[in-house]
Design a protein around this ligand. Structure first.
Ligand code: AMP
Ligand code: ZN
Length: 114
């Protein structure tokens, strides 16, 4: 977790545009948005990938998803629809090794992904 970019964001050492924060979770704008609305929802504890999850983390992961759904309502994209994505490791397209849930909305997203 030394030099983890998202841990630095949690410690407020790097500035981001925050949309939600509580004792467990932070949600902020992605710096390189892939859709008009692109928010990252992250846990405040450092977990590098989904492979590091233990059963005890289940409520936390549920809260990440709940936070994304709450933000989708706040930004009024829930009716049109949106996508939530966790990327894992190289083939999954993960580049930051602190787990994060992408919330993407406000454009038609293709499926299957490339
Ligand atoms: P992933 O490829 O799933 O690991 O996603 C990492 C995401 O973090 C990418 O969408 C990046 O654009 C985003 N990102 C990287 N650096 C920052 C930063 N300083 N602030 C906000 N988002 C960032
Ligand atoms: Zn971290």
């Amino acid at each position: 977790m030394i030099d983890c970019l998202f841990c630095k964001i949690i410690k407020k050492e790097l500035k981001v545009n925050i949309h939600f924060e509580n004792s467990d979770i932070l949600a902020f704008d992605d710096i390189n948005p892939q859709a008009p609305l692109h928010i990252l929802v992250i846990p405040k504890i450092h977990l590098a990938t989904l492979n590091d999850l233990k059963e005890k983390h289940s409520p936390l992961i549920g809260n990440l998803i709940f936070t994304a759904s709450m933000l989708a309502k706040k930004f009024k994209v829930s009716n049109d629809g949106y996508r939530t994505v966790f990327n894992c490791n190289n083939f999954g397209g993960q580049t930051i090794y602190h787990i994060h849930l992408h919330l993407l909305a406000n454009r038609q997203l293709s499926w299957p992904p490339g």
